[in-house]
Design a protein around this ligand. Structure first.
Ligand code: SAM
Length: 283
């Protein structure tokens, strides 16, 4: 195994554990030990991780409220040849955590930014949810107020990809009520709570059944959670505007039967459904 060597003039984006302190790579430990400075969302919080690994290094706070002020300071330190690590309280920095502005700024100055990958609550939850993972959409935090939450869910009504949200378990009952109301009680939901910690729970069920489960066990309303919602089912009879346009063009050139067969082939829809559209277009 090779040893980690630190590059000068580089900002390392270092993932840290989301619960279990053992979930950190050797490379992350090496980088945190060797850099000139560690920028932390909360220096006291990161201090506990550093002392668990006996890392004695300089730390500086970098959070939502001072990120822009710190930009120039960090850029000039990197310019001078220093190497710096950025960590958040848990998981991968920038994923619903501070760091975006600083990374954007450093990239615009052509300064090196490099990842030290590791834990991320969203990806950990997705990996055990049992919902399709080939395409998914990370939606960050759901709004805490019901009105805004329902608006957000309504915007995603037709999203066919698996959707991942961060949310607070204390709001879980209200959130599931809203999902039931906006997306229907049949939608499959997965709640991944306290991942990698003592009371880790991953529960999957329909929105309808979820409410009973949550109401029966108040412990499920504690800690941290990732909420995953199954994507909308694709209706094989749904016909897109593009398919209708193709059909219109073909109908001007050929008999409906042939036009429907070709349009169905191009857009992957059922011939019979298109035939109905062709009849309607003639009226
Ligand atoms: N950057 C982090 C990451 O990579 O996952 C996420 C930071 S975000 C501010 C914190 C949210 O992540 C929590 O409110 C919760 O939704 C989720 N989260 C973090 N740790 C978790 C865990 N151990 N189990 C379940 N969800 C977790």
């Amino acid at each position: 195994m090779t040893q980690t060597t630190i590059s000068a003039s580089t900002l390392y984006i270092v993932a840290t554990p989301i619960g279990n302190l053992m979930d950190i790579s050797q490379r992350a430990i090496d980088v945190l030990t060797q850099v000139d400075l560690i920028c932390c969302e909360d220096t006291r919080h990161t201090g506990r991780l550093l002392s668990a690994y006996n890392i004695k290094n300089k730390t500086m706070s970098l959070h939502d409220h001072n990120e822009r002020q710190r930009q120039e300071q960090i850029a000039s330190m990197l310019d001078e040849g220093k190497s710096i690590a950025l960590v958040s309280d848990a998981g991968t920095p920038l994923i619903s955590d501070p760091g975006f502005h600083i990374v954007k700024h450093l990239r615009s100055l052509n300064l090196a930014v490099t990842p030290i990958p590791g834990a991320c609550a969203a990806i950990s939850a997705l990996s055990v949810a049992g919902l399709p993972t080939d395409r998914f959409s990370f939606e960050g935090f759901l709004p805490s107020k019901s009105g805004a939450r329902k608006t957000k869910l309504a915007e995603l009504e037709h999203e066919t990809r698996t959707m991942i949200f961060y949310d607070a378990p204390r709001r879980a009952i209200d959130t599931v009520q809203d999902i039931k109301e906006v997306l229907g009680g049949e939608r499959q939901i997965v709640i991944a709570r306290e991942l990698t910690k003592t009371f880790e729970t991953v529960h999957a069920d329909t929105a309808d059944n979820f409410l009973t489960w949550l109401n029966e066990d108040p412990n499920q309303l504690k800690g941290e959670m990732v909420l995953i919602i199954e994507g909308a089912k694709v209706d094989p009879n749904a016909i897109s505007p593009a398919a209708i346009n193709t059909l219109k063009l073909l109908l001007s050139e050929m008999k409906p039967k042939k036009a429907c067969a070709i349009a169905a082939e191009i857009h992957g829809v059922k011939k019979n459904a298109l035939y109905q559209v062709a009849l309607d277009l003639k009226l």
